[in-house]
Structures are given as C-alpha cells and as structure tokens.
Design a protein around this ligand. Structure first.
Ligand code: NAD
Length: 437
C-alpha cells in the first residue's frame, strides 16, 4: 500500500472533526478561504500556467481565460453575492398556520469529495471547491493523474493557502480514488466520463451520499442553410479547437441543413486564419493529453473526406485541427464523444431531420444552433433536451456564473456555478416557527 492509501482514512477523519467543530460554518471563514484561493491563483499564476503548458501545451492566454481567471471570476461572483444567497428565504405559510413564519435555511452538508478530470485540470476541481467552501463545507479534492504537473501544483499550493484542517488534496489514480470512495462523504462531485460516473454513483449509494455527475457526450451543432457561413465558421473554430478539442462542451459534430459546401470552405479559411498554414507551429494550438487518446483520435480521421487538417505527429501528440465532410452517421467518429480536434459535418435535409437525429441519441451536455430564425430556435428549445443550449455561440455559456452548468440523462446530473453551487453543496432546511402565544 502506498502512503497516500494509508493516509486517506485519517485525512477524511481530520476534515470531519474540523467540520463537526463548527470551524467551516461562519461566513467569515468561508470568505477568508475564498480570498485565500483567489490569492493562490493570482500569486501562483505563472506556476499554474507552466503546469498547464506541461500537461496540455495550453498557451498562457488560454490557461488564463479558461482556468485561472475563470476560477477567479467564479470566486468574485460568489463573494459579491454570498450574503444574499445565504440569507434565509421567507416561505409563504397557509392561512391556518398564521401567525407564524416559514423559512428555508441553507446549511452545509459536511465533508465533500471533488474528483476532477484532466482536460481543465485546475478549473474543474477549483470551481466546485469554490461552491463547497462558500456553502461552509470541508472538502477533499482529487485532481486527475492524467494532468500530473497541474495536479502537483494543486497539491503543493492548496495546503499553503487554504485551511489544512478543512481542505485536503489527495493525489493519485484509480486505487486512491477507490479508497476515497470507500469513505463516507456528505456529497460527491465528480467530473469525467460516464463509465467512472457509474462507479462513483454505485460507491455513493452504499452511504446514501448525494452525487453530482458532470459528464460528457456528443454536443451537436445545427447549422441552418441561410446562415452567414463566415461568422459561423469563425465561432466554430474558436470553440471547437480550444484545448485541441478536449473540452466537454466542445461542438462535437455539425448537422448542416441543406448544402454544406460554403460552410466547408469557410471552416477551412477560419482554421487557416486562426492557426496559420501549419498549425503545428501555432503558439495558440494545444496538444493531445497522451498517446492513448492520440491513437484513439488518429483512428477517427478516416471517417470522412478531409476538408482541412488531417496531419498527425505521434511523437509530439499533435493532431491538426481537422474538419471532415461526407461523414456517415454509422462511422467510428460518430460512435463516441470525439474529445479532440476533429469536426465531422453531416448533411441533413431539414430541421425535422436534425431534431430527429439529436433526439434519437443520448441527451447531450450542450446543443448549439446557428440560425437567424426565431421559430427554429423555439422548435429546438421545445423539442430537444440537453444540459444547455447555445444559439450563435458555442461553449461560452460555461463561463457565465449566473447560468447553471450541468448535464441531463447520459450527460450527467446536478448543476453548479454561482448560486447553483451553493444549492448543490447545501441542504435546504425547511423551518416552521409557530409562536406559543
Ligand atoms: P479522467 O480519466 O481524468 O478521470 C476523471 C477522474 O476519475 C480522475 O480523477 C480519475 O482519477 C478518476 N477515475 C478514473 N478511473 C476511475 C475508476 N475506475 N474508479 C474511480 N475513479 C476513477 O478524465 P476523463 O473521464 O477521461 O474525462 C473526460 C470526460 O469527462 C469526457 O467525457 C468529458 O466530456 C467529461 N468532462 C465533463 C465535464 C463537465 O463539466 N461536464 C468537464 C470536463 C470533462
């Protein structure tokens, strides 16, 4: 047994003792911890940036936008609104109980476990942690072993900045996560794939522990025939090839209604404009996390006609930003979440066909549409189900802290960010107060 495995029960015990002591409950403690987390991110920005570059070749601007400043914004939004979110909410009482008072009080759950993935290895453990601490919980965070540099930086800095009695980082892979899951927690917040999501939920069931599962899936993009292909292509390229396509809400595939030739040409131009003639030389283009994913993705490149891209370099885990056309819905690229820089285009004859295509598959984490038609938007909203919908702009809903973020069906359960995190990490206690006289 490794040292980490042996220490896990004691770590959870220490956090539980801290929670029972009441240390995490005062709003002053919560604010202090959020302030310390903010200081960690700003003071150690370079160290985190270097770690993200080492793990994923994430450039500094992208690391700041999507991980470091992203989490700072989440902290600022939470600090600005915390008092209002924590205030007891009045509830209307029925006539027969008057005089009296009904309130909803948010109380912390206890000790929570946050398990994160490798693709946004900082943000996806720290943004949930913001909510867990703001709601007054103690927390164990388990970052992904597949982003080892970022995980090491988190394990180094979190204990330096945060209250070690109430916040712990456990490093490790499957054995350590399995050992953690044997412990009793009051909430488990998991981000990653659905196979492990099921393992987490099964382990949680044993202790009747509530879970949030932030999973993935294939997020479709419907593109109307009439829409401006240049703007559409620019926005698709900006969001699809972020982090070399390794984003849970990345556009997975395009359903082009009617002729797709103009869109194909515009996508090729947009890739060239963003990443240059040879994206391998681009300072803003990332790399695939490991060789297993590189090999998996390389095998998907044969699923269609290459419009742009298609080049690979195994040694450097490089796959060019690639657009595939004439893709058969039964081909391998459509059989799994792509989670890499390959964008297949499937032609469909009508909006009806696009909706049928989407609703006959798993409910996606996000659904996007480029259309100028309000009735098309209304139909998509009314006739499909997904974690979120983005009209005219993929991915960016994720960065709006006042919108809930989470999936539905196969793309997950539970939601967070901003106030939604407070509700996820709190128990909403009903209080009825009837005067005695
Ligand atoms: P991963 O392999 O890093 O796994 C995630 C976590 O699960 C890690 O901490 C890992 O240690 C742990 N884990 C792995 N196997 C385990 C096991 N057998 N038992 C217990 N714990 C285990 O990341 P991943 O799952 O490859 O992440 C990619 C997936 O996550 C994609 O499907 C993506 O769409 C999804 N994702 C979702 C979101 C979201 O917010 N909804 C965000 C990012 C990624």
């Amino acid at each position: 047994m490794t040292d980490v495995l042996q220490e896990i029960p004691a770590v959870v015990h220490r956090l539980r003792a801290a929670f029972r002591s009441g240390r995490t409950k005062p709003v002053s403690w919560r604010r202090e911890q959020l302030g310390a987390l903010r200081a960690m991110l700003t003071e150690q920005q370079d160290a985190f940036g270097a770690a993200l570059f080492a793990d994923l070749a994430k450039n500094a601007d992208e690391a700041n936008r999507t991980e470091i400043h992203f989490t700072v914004r989440e902290i600022d939004h939470t600090l600005a609104n915390l008092d209002a979110w924590l205030a007891p909410e009045d509830a209307e009482l029925p006539e027969r109980l008057l005089p009296g008072r009904g309130t909803v009080v948010r109380e912390p759950l206890g000790v929570v476990l946050v398990i994160g993935p490798w693709n946004y290895p900082l943000q996806l453990v720290l943004a949930p942690l913001v909510g867990a601490l703001a709601a007054g919980n103690a927390a164990v965070i388990k970052p992904s072993e597949l982003a080892p540099a970022t995980t090491a930086a988190i394990a180094r800095f979190v204990p330096q900045y945060l209250d070690q009695e109430a916040v712990a980082v456990v490093e490790g892979a499957i054995p350590e996560t399995t050992a953690l899951l044997e412990q009793q927690f009051d909430h488990i917040f998991y981000t990653g794939n659905g196979v492990v999501g099921r393992i987490v939920m099964t382990a949680a069931a044993k202790h009747l522990t509530p879970v949030a599962l932030e999973l993935g899936g294939k997020s479709p993009v419907v593109v109307d025939a009439e829409v401006d292909p240049v703007v559409t292509a620019q926005r698709l390229v900006e969001t699809k090839f972020l982090n070399a396509g390794q984003t849970c809400v990345a556009p997975d595939y395009v359903l082009a209604i009617g002729a797709g030739a103009k869109l194909e040409a515009a996508l090729a131009d947009a890739v060239q404009a963003k990443f240059g003639d040879d994206p391998a030389q681009s300072p803003v283009y990332g790399r695939i996390v490991n060789h297993r994913h590189f090999d998996r993705l390389s095998n998907l490149l044969a699923s269609g006609r290459v419009v742009v891209g298609g080049q690979t370099d195994r040694e450097h885990k490089y796959i060019a930003p690639t657009v595939l056309a004439d893709v058969d819905p039964a081909s391998p690229v459509m059989g799994e979440e792509i989670f890499g820089p390959i964008l297949p285009i499937i032609s469909v004859p009508s909006l009806d066909a696009a909706i049928e295509f989407i609703t006959s598959r798993d409910k996606p984490l996000a659904l996007y549409a480029f259309t100028d038609s309000e009735s098309t938007k209304e139909r998509i909203l009314a006739e499909t189900s997904s974690g979120a919908v983005g009209f005219g702009l993929p991915v960016m809903h994720l960065g709006v802290p006042s919108l809930p973020f989470g999936g539905v069906g196969e793309s997950g359960m539970g939601r967070y960010h901003g106030k939604y995190s407070i509700d996820t990490f709190s128990h909403l206690k009903a209080v009825l107060d009837k005067p005695l006289s």
